[in-house]
Design a protein around this ligand. Structure first.
Ligand code: AMP
Length: 286
């Protein structure tokens, strides 16, 4: 596996691969890799000739109050995981390499960025869109792989790719979970032993709501109230609910009653102490 930290070198190599008609798969990450990231890399390895995994903790997508400075990092471990999963090139630029002091671009996407995550992290998706666009230009993917774990992020990237006509496909890969259902996340290392147990409430609420929808419930407030009651019933200390919602899986609109066969996304964002966790599930109304 080739490790590249220069943006110019990355772009030169990627353009060379393109000229020789190699199908390039790109997996953007912020590092501290886990099996969820590895599953994206494996999916890319199955479909593409060259897999580029990027590791960049992007300051633009963190608000000043967020966890940028303490975001976990372990390049040696990441290198082993990325290589084992089938990465051909690991792109690990520094902040200075990605953003010169006079960097002045901001990509801002409307619509899908507004609700939920957008409400609680107002500058987050601008940072995501800006860095993903730059990573696309540096790595020249034919296919870019993202995890459903970050549902709204997937929608934002898909919207940017469509609206700006990036010549690539976006693949959304399923969320990998720990044996007990907790969605894998680099941020799970922040959890105390007690919070690690309490964090199971996200998956539990999603599963119960899935059962409710599959039993025929289509009224949004009833679906959301069930998830909220499960979260409240755990009496978790230091819990803050950012949102617990059901929405149309394609538009994120929130009708009072979902239509028969409508695809619904169930979305949760909770803070356990200083750790913010998100999870989601897509279910079809009956
Ligand atoms: P991150 O390093 O957290 O920015 O994530 C990099 C990519 O991995 C994103 O596309 C995430 O959605 C994806 N990802 C994160 N956690 C998981 C997971 N548990 N299962 C599958 N993909 C994931």
């Amino acid at each position: 596996m080739h490790i590249i930290s220069s943006a110019a070198e990355m772009q030169r190599i990627a353009l060379d691969c393109k000229r020789s008609s190699k199908l390039i798969g790109v997996v953007p990450t912020m590092g501290y890799l886990h099996a969820g990231h590895a599953s994206l890399i494996r999916a890319a390895h199955e479909e593409c000739d060259i897999v580029i995994t990027t590791i960049f903790v992007n300051p633009l997508q963190f608000a000043p109050t967020e966890d940028l400075s303490r975001y976990p990092r372990d390049l040696a471990r990441d290198t082993a995981i990325a290589s084992e999963a089938g990465t051909d090139m690991l792109f690990t630029p520094t902040v200075e390499e990605m953003y010169t002091p006079d960097f002045a671009v901001n990509i801002s996407i409307g619509g899908v960025t507004a609700p939920f995550e957008g409400e609680f992290r107002p500058t987050h998706f601008d940072g995501v869109a800006t860095v993903v666009a730059k990573l696309f230009l540096l790595t020249q993917p034919d296919i870019a792989f993202f995890g459903q774990k970050d549902y709204q992020q997937c929608m934002v990237v898909q919207k940017m790719v469509r609206d700006l006509a990036f010549p690539l496909e976006v693949r959304i890969c399923p969320t990998l979970r720990e044996h007990d259902g907790l969605a894998m996340s680099s941020r799970n290392v922040y959890l105390s032993a007690e919070d690690r147990i309490n964090a199971l409430v996200l998956h539990k609420a999603l599963q119960e709501a899935q059962r409710l929808v599959e039993s025929g419930e289509r009224t949004r407030s009833r679906i959301e109230d069930l998830m909220k009651s499960i979260v409240v019933s755990m009496s978790i200390p230091h819990l803050r609910v950012d949102y617990i919602v059901a929405a149309d899986a394609q538009t994120l609109e929130q009708p009072d009653v979902f239509a028969e066969t409508q695809e619904i996304v169930l979305l949760l964002a909770l803070r356990l102490g200083s750790t913010r966790l998100i999870d989601n599930m897509v279910v079809r109304a009956v």
